[in-house]
Design a protein around this ligand. Structure first.
Ligand code: SAH
Length: 350
């Protein structure tokens, strides 16, 4: 590690903040040594706040029907080979029932932007879940909606909302999405969610096509200023029926490095070790935890739809990725020195 990198690493640890150009250097000049120092600091910070607890969230993939055409995503509108489905109210409630019995105290409803999910429908389901399981958090990840819609969902009882910003560089954003989707609107949604009172999550893919260290530096600077409650990052993995089918996947090493950096930038952040990381590399999920992540989101969708919510090739939904195999996940997390807990797992702000 050269003197300059040493200075930047020190500055990040001491001040939880860097200039955009320093983030870029931190990424470009990373070495095993700088990564190790950042990893140890990330682990220290996360232990200080969350001990050795790992929170779990039951992920219910409510629909793979989507009006958008994001170039990277396997459930994009133009993918004719995608076998489409959506869950109804009873199916969603049945997932929650199973999840509750297994110990889950957060239910995440994620899906494509499916017009079937009107505010009325969602508010009904949210109210029902909150009435049946008042000790649980409801998280939504249903894409871009109007401010009024977000307000209604919040009033119905939804607690958290995940909306990855995907990239904080508008030029890069337009290379990943069709013209109808803009970074400005994505950011407007995130600001609205936060103002309304949701625990709000942003995030991005690591190694998405055309991504540079400069893009990532902007992502980190955005996280530093936005101070989200949650940040979801995972490697880009190509999907065979998308325009990015031939693009290389992102790296597990860089994903883990960035998990550590994000933990240091915003120590209380709820940071999942994602399915994409677990899919890309054997033991990836555990590796994420060891680099500062503290959340895992096992799949709680009905088993017959799991292989239809295929965002990228080979997406894991069996084994420890399955909510029903929580014991297997517990063992794996135990084996690296952490503990799955069944608390609601809100952010701890000091
Ligand atoms: N419609 C919702 C949920 C999208 S799916 C929304 O717009 O927020 C959740 C996340 O999966 C996306 O935000 C994206 O970052 C990630 N994703 C999609 N395709 C992917 C791919 N090919 N590789 C890795 N992650 C992908």
């Amino acid at each position: 590690m050269d003197k300059r990198t040493e200075y930047i690493v020190r500055k990040l640890i001491d001040t939880h903040s860097l200039d955009e150009s320093e983030y870029k250097e931190l990424i470009e000049k990373r070495t095993e040594e700088s990564a190790l120092i950042l990893k140890e600091e990330a682990v220290r910070l996360r232990k200080e706040i969350y001990g050795d607890s790992v929170f779990i969230r039951g992920l219910i993939e409510v629909s793979n029907i989507c009006k958008n055409d994001c170039y990277y995503c396997g459930i994009r509108k133009s993918n004719r080979s995608c076998d489409r489905y959506r869950l109804g109210r009873e199916e969603i409630l049945s997932c929650c029932k199973d999840g509750y019995a297994l110990g889950f105290r957060t239910f995440v409803m994620q899906g494509g932007e499916d017009g079937f999910f009107t505010d009325d429908f969602l508010c009904g389901v949210i109210k029902e879940i909150k009435a049946l399981y008042p000790d649980c958090a409801v998280t939504l990840s249903l894409g871009e909606r109007s401010r009024e819609s977000y307000e209604r969902l919040y009033e119905a009882g939804a607690d958290r909302y995940l909306l990855r910003h995907e990239t904080a560089d508008s030029g890069h954003y337009s290379r990943l999405h069709p013209e109808s989707l803009t970074l400005a609107n994505r950011m407007e949604c995130l600001r609205n969610l936060k103002e309304i009172g949701f625990q709000t999550g942003c995030g991005f893919m690591v190694g998405s096509p055309f991504q540079t260290a400069e893009c990532l530096a902007k992502d980190l600077k955005f996280i530093e200023s936005f101070k989200p409650d949650m940040v979801g990052i995972g490697p880009f993995i190509p999907h065979k029926d998308t325009p990015f089918r031939g693009c290389p996947a992102g790296s597990a090493e860089l994903t883990c490095f960035l998990l550590s950096v994000i933990r240091i930038i915003h120590p209380p952040v709820l940071l999942p070790s994602t399915t994409a990381l677990g899919t890309l590399q054997e033991g990836g999920r555990e590796k994420g935890i060891l680099h500062g992540a503290n959340v895992i989101m096992p799949n709680l969708s009905p088993t017959d739809v799991r292989d239809k919510y295929m965002l990228y090739n080979n997406k894991l939904s069996t084994g420890a990725e399955s909510a029903q195999k929580l014991d297997e996940l517990k063992r794996k997390i135990d084996s690296v020195g952490y503990k799955i807990v069944t608390e609601k797992g809100d952010i701890i702000k000091k």
